[in-house]
Design a protein around this ligand. Structure first.
Ligand code: C5P
Length: 424
């Protein structure tokens, strides 16, 4: 089993650095964990301050460094209890004999030892010390206690030590530690997905169907979209454990079980409702709607009377809903669709970039057997470069089956990223 570098969003790690020479490696460790998408806050013991400066960790983590327990100023920022709650993992690297002894006996006389007792997060220690100190009975006894208490130990490497000795006690390289941390979060994610569904707890908004742009009180401009793809996706997302809101244009389809539906007519209404979803909190936004590109500049107040052989109606451009949402500061994971009749993949890849999407599913609507009103579809999915995921060809299948595969693609991009599926 091997893992590629991958990005794990929204997980918080408190990295505690204690007073050993290996503290210099912790600076690189912060870099590697940041690369993997973790939020990092660094705690330093008084011993660590003798080896490396807080400024280094502040610059690398992008957060203030925590060094004291009884400092009113620091406690007014993020105090020790808040820090304990913030952590999804407390990683102590390097962990000295002294730290292990404190943890094992439950002493709480500085910030780190207090944090250790106050956090519900898993605790990992990476002991690093002179080989004789590592072998000492007291150290081994303390380690056994910690393992008993549920602490995970990353074992030291063997080799030449800063003190000139050769033996067990070297802190593993930052890449190896970061790798184990990533693997742990991947496995935790996978366990959640297996138990509760691929999109467990995610809030999903989906636009679907056509929009109707009024000309006068009785006439409108629209298109042939049936909304089937969006409705099938809404059902698939709900089945995968998501909370789903369907923002539907005028279609004659039943609302899928468990899905909340908001009906709209025009593109402007669809945009308003989409922005409202963002306000309510939305993790994934999927745009399947065939939004009318133009609307009538001035909608007639009364029915337009038949007069003369020609009638000119002025049209103005509608806003691009998916692109507007993608530009918001707190944007969800954005999925777009592209229906093309030629150069399908090239145009779709262009839209992925132009609309700042995370993922786009495209199909060739010139094929008579798939697309718009059909119950079947075949698609190619592209991901934004940062996900380092290859494009996926989804073979012709029912819109339900295609939806299931799209849910998997969203899940993979969100959680596993560049993790190669066949290596799991
Ligand atoms: O540019 P084009 O219409 O081909 O882009 C298709 C994608 O953009 C679809 O995901 C569609 O739902 C979305 N879109 C939108 N608002 C528009 C036009 C398209 O959200 N005004």
């Amino acid at each position: 089993m091997s893992f590629d570098l991958s990005v794990i969003p929204n997980k918080n790690i408190v990295l505690a650095v204690t007073g050993g020479i290996a503290a210099y490696k912790s600076a690189i460790l912060v870099r590697r964990l940041k690369d993997a998408g973790f939020n990092i806050r660094v705690v330093m013991t008084q011993g660590a301050l003798a080896f490396i400066t807080p400024l280094t960790f502040q610059a690398l983590s992008g957060n203030p460094v925590h060094t004291e327990l009884l400092n009113p100023e620091a406690e007014a920022g993020m105090g020790h209890i808040e820090l304990a709650r913030w952590a999804d993992l407390l990683l102590v690297a390097p962990a000295t004999c002294d730290t292990l002894a404190k943890f094992a006996t439950g002493l709480a006389d500085d910030l780190l030892s207090t944090l250790y007792l106050a956090t519900k997060a898993p605790v990992w220690v990476v002991p690093a010390m002179n080989q004789q100190m590592w072998a000492a009975k007291a150290t081994q006894r303390n380690l056994a206690t910690l393992v008993d208490d549920g602490v995970h130990v990353i074992m030291p490497d063997s080799g030449s030590q800063a003190c000139g000795d050769v033996g067990l006690g070297r802190m593993p390289e930052p890449e190896a530690i970061a790798y184990q941390v990533k693997a742990y979060f991947h496995q935790a994610q996978r366990a959640i997905a297996e138990k509760f569904g691929l999109l467990a707890g995610k809030r999903v908004a989906i636009t679907a169907g056509p929009t109707r742009e009024a000309i006068d009180p009785v006439r409108y401009i629209s298109n042939h979209s049936t909304g089937k793809m969006g409705f099938a996706l809404a059902a698939a997302c709900y089945a995968a454990g998501a909370k789903v809101t369907l923002i539907a244009g005028p279609v004659s389809l039943d609302t899928p079980n468990g899905v909340r539906r908001v009906n709209v007519q025009s593109a402007l209404q669809m945009l308003d409702q989409s922005l409202a979803q963002l306000q309510e909190g939305c993790d994934i936004f999927i745009a399947t709607a065939a939004v009318a590109d133009y609307r009538v500049a001035e909608v007639a107040e009364h029915k337009i009377k038949k007069s003369g052989d020609e009638l000119a109606v002025n049209l103005v451009k509608n806003p691009d809903i998916v692109a507007t949402i993608a530009q918001q500061e707190k944007r969800p994971f954005m999925v777009g669709f592209a229906a093309e009749t030629r150069q399908v993949e090239e145009y779709a890849a262009g839209k992925l970039v132009a609309k700042k999407l995370d993922m786009i599913a495209c199909n060739d609507v010139s094929r008579a057997d798939i697309g718009f009103a059909s119950d079947q579809n075949a698609m190619t999915v592209f991901f934004a470069d940062q996900y380092q995921l290859d494009k996926r060809d989804l073979e012709k299948a029912s819109k339900q089956e295609i939806s299931q595969q799209l849910v998997e693609a969203i899940h993979d991009a969100l959680h596993f990223n560049s993790l190669k599926k066949d290596e799991l």
